[in-house]
Write a protein that binds this ligand. Structure first.
Ligand code: C2E
Ligand code: CA
Ligand code: CA
Ligand code: CA
Length: 274
């Protein structure tokens, strides 16, 4: 039994080492990708409650690794956060989304912001500079922040958000309900929108509790004057439920997968084809 324990410990160590060296490899490959413009941004439509009108898009980062193929953001975003590369990556995505978003003057362009990015003291300056350089209309930019952003220093978080609002930028609270939210945050910080996470939408037809949570979030958002977007809408039943519940907008495979900027442009030009 003693031997077994040692063997197990040994295997465990090897797995940890493999994990660590995998992460180190990915990290240096990601640095190369950033330096060589090898990342892409795809855009997922956000539609109104009818499901027909595109109101905006969410920018999502993509990385095709030269030998390993497509690496999902769930794998490379943590690597970027761990190594500090997320600052460069996040700024790159923001600039890219603003440049490509110039083609869609009627749409809102939503960009994800890592807590590490947001907490930097120069974050708002960087946003301001990218807006000026790209000539992107600040009122069409929506920054998606997660609840973990709010765990830091409340005063500086609030100050940064107020400055962004003064620029005209909109703020969305992403993955709402999955983090350490306190309802007090919703009063304190100037969010324009709540995004209901896919983990709730997934179960709305099957589980009464998920449905109750969605109803509560919608009325909370409405009461506080915020828009509510549901993400991860895959089925017609989910769409009908959410529409009846009163969400303002929806996002999910039901209405379109993340796609290239050119495909968004094509969809805006010939909506009937989609
Ligand atoms: P998120 O912000 O919650 O983005 C929504 C995710 O749900 C996207 O995954 C999207 O492709 C996926 N999705 C949308 N509709 C459906 C659906 O109907 N069904 C299913 N199964 N999935 C759906 P993706 O692109 O893999 O991104 C995962 C996460 O990685 C994002 O979650 C976001 O947290 C992060 N991420 C992606 N791009 C960036 C970025 O540029 N910066 C930062 N900081 N994070 C990013
Ligand atoms: Ca998001
Ligand atoms: Ca998110
Ligand atoms: Ca989510």
């Amino acid at each position: 039994a003693k031997n077994e324990g040692r063997n197990r410990a040994c295997i465990y160590d090897e797995a940890m080492d493999a994990d660590l060296s995998n992460r180190k490899l990915l990290e240096s490959d990601l640095r190369d990708a950033l330096d060589n413009d090898a990342l892409r941004v795809v855009y997922q439509p956000i539609v109104d409650k009818s499901g027909e009108k595109v109101l905006g898009v969410e920018a999502l980062c993509r990385w095709t690794h030269p030998t390993r193929g497509e690496i999902p953001p769930s794998e490379f975003i943590p690597v970027a956060e761990h190594s500090g590369l997320i600052i460069q990556l996040g700024n790159w995505v923001l600039r890219r989304a603003c440049l490509e978003g110039l083609a869609w003057p009627d749409l809102t362009v939503a960009v994800n912001v890592s807590p590490l990015q947001f907490r930097r003291s120069d974050f708002v300056d960087v946003v301001e500079r990218i807006l000026a350089e790209t000539q992107f209309d600040p009122t069409r930019l929506e920054l998606e922040l997660t609840e973990s952003v709010l765990l830091g220093n409340g005063d500086s978080t609030e100050a940064a958000m107020v400055r962004l609002k003064a620029l005209g930028v909109r703020l969305a609270l992403d993955d709402f309900g999955t983090g350490y939210s306190s309802l007090l945050y919703l009063r304190r910080y100037p969010f324009d929108k709540l995004k209901i996470d896919r983990s709730f939408v997934r179960f709305i037809e099957k589980a009464a509790d998920a449905a109750a949570i969605v109803h509560a979030v919608v009325s909370l958002g409405r009461g506080l004057g915020m828009k509510v977007t549901a993400e991860g809408v895959e089925t017609g039943d989910q769409h009908l439920f959410l529409r009846a519940a009163g969400v303002h907008s929806m996002q999910g495979y039901r209405f379109g997968r993340p796609c290239s900027a050119a495909e968004i442009t094509a969809r805006l030009e010939a909506p009937a084809a989609f």
